[in-house]
Design a protein around this ligand. Structure first.
Ligand code: PGA
Length: 257
């Protein structure tokens, strides 16, 4: 982390878990860990139906709420889809875009990710853009090239003002949900590649201010050493974010405790 330029962010991704009836207990358990927003930003990306309840429940613990996906369209005949303006209206401030589960299971392409990033920005949602390589791609040694292509495509055609809103999450696909996180050194290397992509596209000032999170089996045990890397500004936490005590410990790690 480099708190001089970037406020750390610990973001949770609940995926398709939790019910509205569980929000209050979660918020109560997290409250002691709530932090002044100036030290560390905390975010929970929840299933869309939970956004309004989560925005209410987490207000007092200074946890922002985000969606996990959005339609590339603002409205219209797209049965079953949820638009950015709907998420915003329900209380979301952020939205995950291009998570590897959506790329792998729902066929999201880099071009679609780019359209979704623009749709999010158009309605005032800040995108958390996910990139990362599969195990096979890692074995082939193409991680740097792959994440460069993914991020370049995802952020193409934005204004500098829009680019300043972005959060990037490096999530090696093989590390997600497996209990095997990448090493701090490997993560730092990829994060610096990603920061260079932002620098080449939108300039040094935007790159210096862009938060790059690590995701993939981050937990209360490995968070400190991952967050100690200069280009890792936080985490996107799946499994561990379902447990408020573990999530709270990861927040504490971001504060250097
Ligand atoms: P995990 O998930 O922490 O359970 O590995 C991370 C993610 O998919 O964002």
């Amino acid at each position: 982390m480099n708190p001089r330029y970037r406020k750390p962010m610990i973001a949770g991704n609940w995926k398709m878990n939790m019910l509205a009836s569980e929000l209050k207990a979660y918020a109560d358990a997290l409250k002691p860990a709530s932090v002044p927003a100036k030290w560390c930003e905390t975010l929970l990306c929840v299933p869309a139906p939970l956004v309004p309840g989560a925005a209410r429940a987490f207000k007092s613990c200074r946890v922002a709420v985000g969606g996990q996906n959005l339609s590339e369209y603002a409205s219209g005949a797209y049965t079953g889809e949820i638009s950015g303006p709907m998420l915003r209206d329900a209380g979301a401030e952020y939205v995950i875009v291009g998570h590897s589960e959506r790329r792998a299971m729902f066929g999201e392409t880099d071009e679609e990710v780019n359209r979704k990033v623009k749709a999010a920005l158009d309605c005032g949602l800040k995108p958390v853009i996910c990139v990362g390589e599969t195990r096979a791609q890692k074995m082939l040694g193409v991680t740097a090239e792959l994440v460069t292509l993914q991020l370049r495509a995802a952020v193409s055609g934005l204004t500098v003002r829009e680019a300043k809103q972005l959060v990037v999450a490096y999530e090696p696909v093989w590390a997600i949900g497996t209990g095997m996180s990448s090493t701090p050194e490997e993560v730092e290397q990829v994060a610096s590649v990603l920061r260079a992509v932002i620098r080449r596209t939108y300039g040094a000032a935007v790159a210096r201010g862009t938060r790059i999170l690590y995701g993939g089996s981050m937990n209360e045990k490995n968070a400190s050493e991952l967050l100690a890397q200069p280009d890792i500004d936080g985490g996107l936490v799946g499994g561990a974010s379902l447990h408020p005590d573990k999530f709270a410990q990861i927040i504490a790690a971001a504060r250097g405790e």
